[in-house]
Design a protein around this ligand. Structure first.
Ligand code: PLP
Length: 232
């Protein structure tokens, strides 16, 4: 199956459930992205800042670029002019920097708070209590240039579907609580970014509104190394 065929299949499958498809194009070539674009895809997810900046410069301007990976505070400035959604916000400090850079660019940048739901040490994210702490903080309430539109989570990398189901379910229950307590009047707070190639079906059953699918569309990733923008 070609990239275009895979793309169309996943896009129609998830969109029939009312879910947005983020085509995860990290490490993929511009040609591969163009093939997905020509097949109708407009939302692409990248996890490295420099790679996303380089691709944004060369590819069509109506692409929505989503940063899905861990974001370092000192790199926010490179993506602030164009990024559509930052999925992995995991500290108040990062949110403050996004707010600052968004203001400089006269924008409001949409963000998701990344919640730690996996039973693993390696995943980034906030604890449930830390999410509440951020939302209650004066610093957050003063921010005018970021808008939190939902939550993001990565389940444990396991074949145990029951465990994955529980993790996504807990995130949905937490989302509903946060929505009622902090965002009752904000219709924009409605996104749950969960689900990757291996677990997107469970994610959708458990309330995902955005799935991030890479290898099932583009095939296996070729690992490339990009120079660090801030290194000189
Ligand atoms: C790479 C990545 C994905 C996509 O993973 P696949 O297994 O290739 O679908 C989704 N989310 C995040 C945060 C990623 O880094």
């Amino acid at each position: 199956m070609s990239i275009a065929d895979n793309l169309k299949r996943y896009k129609s499958e998830v969109e029939s459930d009312g879910v947005k498809l983020i085509a995860v194009s990290k490490t993929q070539t511009e040609e591969a992205i163009r093939e997905a674009y020509d097949a109708g895809q407009r939302i692409f997810g990248e996890n490295h800042v420099q790679e996303m900046v380089e691709k944004e410069e060369k590819l069509p301007k109506d692409i929505e670029w989503h940063l899905i990976g861990h974001l370092q505070t000192n790199k926010v400035k490179y993506i602030a002019p164009f990024v559509k959604l930052i999925h992995g916000v995991d500290s108040l400090k990062l949110l403050q920097e996004i707010n600052k850079q968004a203001l400089k660019n006269k924008r409001i940048i949409d963000c998701l708070l990344q919640v730690y739901i996996a039973d693993e040490d390696t995943k980034f994210g906030l604890g449930y209590d830390e999410v509440i702490e951020i939302l209650r903080s004066e610093e957050f309430q003063e921010m005018k240039n970021v808008r939190i539109i939902g939550l993001m989570g990565i389940a444990t990398n396991t074949k145990n579907e029951k465990q994955i189901t529980i993790e996504f379910h807990e995130l949905k229950v937490f989302f509903d609580g946060i929505k009622a307590s902090f965002f009752r009047k904000e219709d924009s707070f409605k996104e749950i970014s969960t689900g990757m190639s291996a677990d997107y079906k469970i994610a959708i059953e458990e309330g995902s509104t955005m799935v991030r699918i890479g290898s099932s569309i583009f095939g296996k990733r070729i690992i490339k190394h990009f120079k660090n923008l801030s290194a000189n």
